[in-house]
Design a protein around this ligand. Sequence first.
Ligand code: ADP
Length: 251
Amino acid sequence: QQELRTQALGRQLFLFEELPSTNDRIKDMARQGGEHGTVVIAKRQTIGHGRMQRVWESPDGGLWLSLLLKPRLSLGDAAKLTLSAGVALAQTLQDLYRLEVRIKWPNDIVIQGRKIAGILGEVAGEWNTVQTLILGIGVNANFSGQTLSPKIPAITLQDILGHEVNLNHLTAELLFNLEKEVQSLEQGDVQGLIQRWTSFAVGINRPVRIEKAGISYGGIFKGIRENGELVLDQEGQEITFSSGEVSLRAE
Ligand code: ADP
């Protein structure tokens, strides 16, 4: 906490040895009037989750962090904060460890084509008339990717760097970059966010395939709209996809 360079994010910080899920815990705090910027970190999660209740494996050595945000944003703009989190996280990993980081739409952070971190944004509802948002951020840091289930195409910072990283420092830099992103969104700079996001995106302006409900769509990945939807160009026809039951593959 001494390393923090933020105004709000992480000023209230709760550290646990173990939690079922940091997102679930911070949702409880939100209900009880938790402050903007409150952070919950657990050394391990026993039922960490990804999108649609998929399992997010969270052993000791990772950074498993959830954040409570009450930004001065409309509901529509608040939804963009998962994009902000992706940019902040990619930027942080790139700056701290000189890694080539990419964002795979909608919000997986990948290095060498494998998932190093994930982001889970949830609208926590409205308390005290302020829209409250939960962001869960998981970074595979100080453990071997081989300890995860064999089918998961994951990689860890330790795998890549060959040594452990300082989680306090990583946390402080991540929160600093994220606070900058939140502030720039509050100032209305959506275009800047989209630009930064796009500069990290996997497959931009290239042929990709989108799988949706068992159907495969091929086309050129043109970019994302302000609401985060992916735009695919199919022979001159633009189709958009929202991040629901969809997955993207670069061709
Ligand atoms: P996706 O959007 O790619 O399906 P989610 O954000 O829903 O990913 O995350 C859940 C998925 O991530 C799981 O189904 C699993 O395949 C994978 N996964 C679980 N734990 C980890 C981890 N620690 N690192 C990387 N991938 C993981």
